[in-house]
Design a binder for this molecule. Structure first.
Ligand code: NAD
Length: 449
């Protein structure tokens, strides 16, 4: 998470691109009172643009509005007008008002942007951007947010292929130079129980971590039927979950949460991995090109292996959790409300009391907006989430190819999944055959990196 460096308010605004030559102090989005940590006056508005108006984006915007700061949503961007409209409806139906009585969701028609370039215009109107599109767009949107000097909340994962990860790593460096706060929605990093337990693990409570398992085994997600006269681009965009240029497969889209916990506990990234995967249950042409299960051994530099399992099988045992084995003890379930570090003879070493714990989705925003309001630079999540995203993508490379994949070769992979052109009549790289089936990776034949 963060380098804890503070800077003076003027420097902060200058670095974040909010102060331009000759600008009147009264026209700044925050007051100097806010810089000193005082309560906001009615004029101290933090303007937010939401890029990607789906389920999570709408939720994240609500959480931004729920913070103690004077947050307003001022612009929306989406590739689909219907998604933008439903987010606008959800955000306005609470009728939230700022202290001066003005609406907290104040979005005139000319601040609603639709299309592949919509994000640029929406960002220009804001101090903070929420990036919640499918992850395939995250590298270009994050780059643009940093270029425009915006503070960022962005959802995980942050890319779907190695070229995308490298772009995010480069933009993360730039964000650090500009002292832009960047929070990424791997909310376990903001969940009090995880923070408490992992700090104790790092302090040695269960000795050195020598093994573990991380899981996202559950049912699947939505699917939207193909419409008559729908272009291939439109179909893939509506069904982004099933296409790797947009989603990266569910090992990346969902399981990155648990893989990131493994990296956090180990305080490093795996040096190699090998795995098994395929399509056992979800085999129809409606499910694009992704696998329905992946099992991967991630090997760390000290020789520790963390096993990862993710699958989408309806009607089966489910578990979304992590467990770790140390030389002196273990933790069997990080997700449990009262997770406990245990000795091998069954004695609790430490139990986390979760009674007063807040919602981690809200905490992410509370901490980000408080830092922004106080003029503090505290959060630089992008680099480590890019590396956890790379870990998940490396796992996919291993299950698709059936080969052992090393970190350096994975990170330097030139396999670029993104379409050559973004337009509704342009063709993505993965296309259906005459019967509507997409090419599926075949271990032993598919190229890994
Ligand atoms: N942290 C969490 O627990 C959590 C939970 C759910 C989703 N997510 C993440 O949030 C992101 C969005 O997921 P979701 O469930 O909200 O999906 P969604 O389909 O509901 O929303 C995505 C939205 O982005 C829009 N969009 C697509 N491409 C765009 C572009 N180029 N420019 C602007 N808008 C574009 C879509 O039209 C859609 O409205 C994903 O990265 C997902 O992994 C995180």
């Amino acid at each position: 998470m963060a380098s804890e460096s503070n800077q003076d308010r003027r420097g902060f605004l200058k670095n974040t691109g909010l102060l331009t030559g000759g600008a009147l102090l009264s026209s700044l989005p925050f007051s100097t009172q806010a810089a000193k940590g005082y309560h906001f006056s009615v004029n101290d508005t933090i303007k937010v643009a939401l890029i990607g108006c789906g389920g999570r984006g709408t939720g994240a915007a609500q959480q931004a509005l729920n913070t103690k700061q004077n947050v307003k949503i001022v612009a929306l961007a989406d590739t689909f007008r219907d998604r933008l409209d439903s987010a606008y409806k959800a955000l306005t139906e609470r009728g939230l008002k700022a202290a001066d009585g003005t609406p907290k969701v104040d979005i005139p028609e000319d601040h609603k942007f639709v299309g592949f370039d919509a994000y640029k215009q929406a960002m220009a109107l804001a101090d903070v951007v929420i990036l919640a599109t499918p992850p395939g767009f995250r590298p270009s949107h994050f780059e643009e947010a940093v270029r425009q000097g915006k503070q960022v909340f962005m959802e995980k994962p942050v890319a779907t292929d190695a070229p995308g990860v490298r772009r995010v790593l480069a933009a993360a460096e730039e964000a650090k130079k500009k002292k832009l706060n960047v929070v990424v929605g791997l909310q376990r990093r903001y969940q009090p129980s995880y923070r408490d337990m992992i700090k104790r693990i790092h302090d040695g409570a269960i000795g050195d971590i020598v093994g573990g398992q991380v899981y996202w085994i559950s049912g699947g997600v939505w699917q939207k039927p193909r419409q008559p006269n729908q272009t291939e681009m439109d179909y893939q965009m509506r069904n982004w979950y099933y296409f790797n240029w947009l989603c990266g497969d569910h090992i990346n889209e969902q399981h990155v949460h648990n893989i990131d916990v493994a990296n956090w506990v180990k305080n490093s990234y795996p040096v190699s991995c090998q795995g098994t995967g395929g399509r056992q249950v979800r085999t129809g042409k409606d499910y694009g090109e992704i696998f329905d299960h992946h099992i991967v051994d991630f090997v760390y530099a000290d020789g520790t292996t963390i096993n990862s399992q993710c699958r989408h099988y309806e009607g089966t045992y489910s578990r979304v959790d992590e467990m770790f084995l140390g030389t002196k003890g273990k933790i069997e379930g990080m997700e449990k409300k009262s997770s406990a570090l245990m000795s091998y003879n069954g004695q609790p070493i430490y139990t986390h009391d979760a009674k007063a714990d807040g919602n981690p989705y809200q905490i992410e925003h509370d901490e980000l907006f408080e830092a922004i309001a106080k003029g503090q630079y505290k959060f630089s999540d992008a680099e480590r989430v890019a590396k956890s995203t790379m870990t998940a993508i490396m796992g996919r490379m291993a299950t698709y190819s059936g080969k052992t994949v090393k970190w350096d070769e994975a990170l330097n992979s030139q396999i670029d999944l993104f379409p050559d052109k973004l337009a509704w009549d342009a063709m993505p790289k993965s296309l259906p055959d005459k019967d509507g089936f997409y090419p599926i990776a075949v271990p032993g034949k598919t190229t890994a990196v």
